[in-house]
Design a protein around this ligand. Structure first.
Ligand SMILES: Cc1ncc(COP(=O)(O)O)c(C=O)c1O
Length: 467
């Protein structure tokens, strides 16, 4: 076979040399970023002006005064004010290999050397099927029947597509079941499913959603019975109208509430009996437990019909079984994702396996254990300042003080000031959470992060006369 022009281009030694120079240069400069540091006072005025201008143009303030310099090293990120921080939220779970990971930079370099920035419905390169096959391969490895993967550009679009597949498959079903406190995204339809009334103020109802209470670790039997009885009531109230039940098996935005296999099986058996589709939203959970997918962690492979992924996979996707194959025209889009998102997504998945994050004693479990030990020690030293920790694997949260929303926000901001970026989750209580870049995070760095948490909570206690 004659080589393609693309093969000749990619095999040109000048390209390999350019890639090597890029990686070497980055590594040389990354050495400067080895610990958190405060902002440079000389940059303060211009930085604050840039933040104010950005607030104006985007029509609203930022949660943190964060404008990145575009440079980082592993869990450390440099901001444009010269400060360096531990990034324990990673763009809410996106930069799971941390900042400036050489394998990602190399893949992004290859994307930059491609002929287009974006790929879409009419134009997809070989990287797109590669990523789709990787995801399907992982999803099926314990027996799930998911055999298709449709790529897209955001978690919300992956869920929107999944809802369309599910509802059209069960037509004329026009209702959706979901767990209380779930989060699925903010499109017009998904803002109806996401269980937060604040996110749909002023919007018309475009989808009817019936909520089922989630598992309560403190009351396993009672919460299972309660959920079952609510589910049965909804099904009886609207016979044949429910197309799908949407589930996060570990609730992310809802506050890092962890489900339970028996609880899910009890509900899933009813859903299967009633022929209601099962959509597991893994936009936040993918890659974070003992298995690539959290439905595999809970051993629910036989139940899933549709699964969505996003965030750390860079390009997002809807996986589905044969039964849910869409009719032509139902789902499509100009942009599938950026070429760099598709190529780097494949690399993230490869790196998860290479970094031994999975398994009962994998890095996800070990990182969780280290955070749990350190955060529990703070809780013991200072009763009332911190409770928990909560979550599972690479999803770690704790409740600061009494979990009041304002206090939690204040603590997130003090933590940011002190050099650690986390974020809030849930309401009543509101927790502080981390989505740490597990594959690149060392135990010593976890200890430094927890020392900073200790300092930030001490500052909060001093300010509020708490704890
Ligand atoms: C569970 C879950 N589903 C869906 C989404 C929406 O993803 P995106 O913000 O990429 O649209 C999120 C985002 O936080 C999420 O956590």
């Amino acid at each position: 076979m004659k080589p393609l022009a693309a093969d000749n281009f990619r095999n040109d030694p000048r390209l390999a040399e350019a890639r090597r120079l890029l990686l070497d240069t980055a590594a040389d400069h990354q050495r400067q970023l080895n610990r958190p540091r405060p902002g440079d006072p000389e940059r303060k005025v211009t930085y604050e002006q840039a933040l104010a201008d950005f607030t104006k143009v985007r029509g609203g303030g930022l949660y943190f005064p964060y404008l990145g310099s575009g440079f980082g090293a592993g869990p450390l990120v440099e901001l444009a004010d010269g400060s360096v921080k531990y990034d324990m939220i990673c763009g809410i779970g996106v930069h799971h290999l941390g900042h400036g990971h050489p394998a990602l930079v190399a893949a992004a370099f290859d994307a930059a050397a491609s002929d287009t920035t974006m790929q879409g419905n009419l134009q997809q390169d070989l990287g797109a099927p590669r990523l789709a096959f990787q995801l399907v391969g992982l999803a099926r490895r314990r027996g799930a029947r998911l055999s298709h993967c449709f790529l897209t550009s955001s978690g919300a679009m992956a869920n929107e597509n999944a809802l369309k597949l599910a509802l059209s498959n069960k037509s004329p079903a026009d209702r959706v079941l979901a767990f209380e406190h779930c989060f699925m995204g903010r499109t017009l339809a998904l803002s109806q499913v996401t269980d937060n009334a604040k996110y749909r103020v002023g919007l018309p109802t475009v989808l009817h959603v019936d909520y089922v209470p989630f598992f309560d670790t403190a009351r396993p039997r009672e919460s299972t019975d309660a959920a079952l009885s609510v589910l049965r009531r909804h099904l009886a109230d609207h016979p044949g109208r429910h197309g799908v039940m949407c589930m996060e098996l570990v609730q992310g935005e809802g506050g890092y509430n962890v489900g339970d296999r028996d609880f899910f099986v009890a509900l899933l058996d009813v859903l299967k009996e009633q022929r209601v589709g099962v959509l597991v939203d893994e936009v936040q959970t993918f890659g974070r437990t003992t298995e690539p997918f959290v439905f595999q962690h809970f051993g629910l492979d036989g139940y899933v019909d549709l699964v969505t992924v996003g965030k750390m996979t860079q390009a997002c996707a809807t996986l589905f079984t044969d039964e849910f194959t869409p009719k032509p025209g139902l789902i499509s889009q100009t942009f599938t994702a950026a070429t760099s998102a598709i190529l780097t997504g494949s690399v993230v998945i490869e790196q998860l396996e290479k970094s031994n994050v999975f398994g009962a004693d994998g890095r996800n479990v070990r990182v969780n254990r280290r955070f749990t030990d350190r955060l529990s020690a703070i809780a013991q030293r200072h009763p009332g300042r911190l409770s928990g920790p909560f979550g599972i694997g690479a999803m770690i949260a704790f409740t600061p003080f009494d979990g009041d929303a304002e206090t939690a926000k204040r603590c997130a901001q003090l933590l940011f000031d002190e050099g650690v970026i986390g974020f809030v989750a849930g309401s009543d209580p509101t927790r502080l959470r981390f989505l740490p870049p597990v594959p690149v995070l060392t135990d010593d760095q976890i200890d430094s992060v927890c020392d900073i948490v200790d300092r930030a909570l001490a500052r909060a206690a001093a300010q509020h006369g708490k704890g």
